[in-house]
Design a protein around this ligand. Structure first.
Ligand code: ATP
Length: 263
């Protein structure tokens, strides 16, 4: 029991002044964030807020300009190999190989992780079962609908048994049915591993997250549960709270905190 409490409260991610600059643009500006193990944490923000850049740094796909982040205590700057072992990514651009079949995509991931033949078979079977891919195993991934490609992409991200899963806009552009079906996939994972999710869909963040962080101009404006953020903004609907938190009462951008980001 002591262990399970420790696990629940242990940190999955801690960022320390994490910053990314592209020439004179500060895409992520001294991000300070702690995510606990097993949390589903959503990053929200308008276009260009810095969500994807933050995820890219945390998953070692982009080098920070300043600061650092620790995943299960491992530095993204100094311990990249260890960090990569801990994470799985389902990126915005679908990560499936379009000319390979669904089964071949899963096998490819097993190969990347260097699994033995036996483990490859077991992991492919598990992923097929967990994500309901049985009937489409022989189909070319490029021929699948957006929702199924995304489902496959998440299955592939989980093959390596990551401790932290990054889902960058997992339901972008999907129809209502495909979205709701992916929500079920995400709900089934919730609490089992740490999940960092970015989305533009307020109802998605509200429905799925333990906690939500709102970014603007590279800065983290605020974090909290959906209820806490609604209370903070004095709004009864989460979408209204989001708008209030990222927009001043007079409609001009730049609510709080005070910032000096050049964009
Ligand atoms: P969206 O919701 O539109 O995906 P986002 O919150 O994920 O936006 P980012 O994609 O992280 O935002 O972009 C943050 C800022 O950094 C934007 O102004 C973007 O144009 C800029 N940016 C991102 N990648 C690069 C790059 N490789 N080179 C230059 N600028 C970049």
């Amino acid at each position: 029991m002591g262990d399970s409490i420790k696990k629940q409260t242990a940190e999955a991610i801690r960022t320390v002044g994490l910053t990314k600059r592209y020439k004179d643009l500060t895409a992520v500006d001294h991000l300070e964030l702690v995510v606990k193990q097993g949390e589903l944490f959503s990053l929200l923000g308008v276009n260009g807020a810095g969500k994807t850049t933050a995820i890219k740094m945390l998953s070692c796909l982009a080098e920070p300009s300043e600061g650092d982040a620790f995943l299960h205590g491992r530095s993204i700057r100094k311990e990249m190999a260890a960090v990569k072992e801990l994470i799985g990514i389902s990126p915005q651009e679908t990560a499936v190989a379009p000319n390979l079949t669904v089964g071949e995509n899963l096998e490819l991931m097993c190969g990347i992780h260097g699994f033995s033949r036996e483990k490859r078979k077991r992991k492919t079977a598990e992923a097929t079962e967990q994500f309901g891919l049985g009937e489409i195993l022989g189909k070319r991934a490029g021929k699948l609908s957006g929702g199924w490609q995304r489902r496959l992409s998440i299955a592939m991200a989980l093959i390596g048994e990551p401790k932290i899963l990054f889902l960058d806009e997992p339901t972008l552009g999907l129809d209502v049915l495909a979205r709701s079906s992916l929500w079920e996939v995400i709900r089934a994972l919730k609490g089992r591993i740490t999940i960092i999710l970015t989305t533009h869909y307020m109802e998605e963040a509200e429905a799925l997250s333990h906690r939500i962080g709102i970014m603007k101009d590279g800065k983290l404006l605020t974090t909290g549960t959906a209820g806490e953020l609604m209370e903070k903004a004095g709004k009864e609907r989460f979408e209204e709270a989001f708008v209030a938190l990222v927009t001043k009462a007079d409609g001009t951008p730049g609510a709080f905190p005070e910032k000096g980001v050049v964009r």
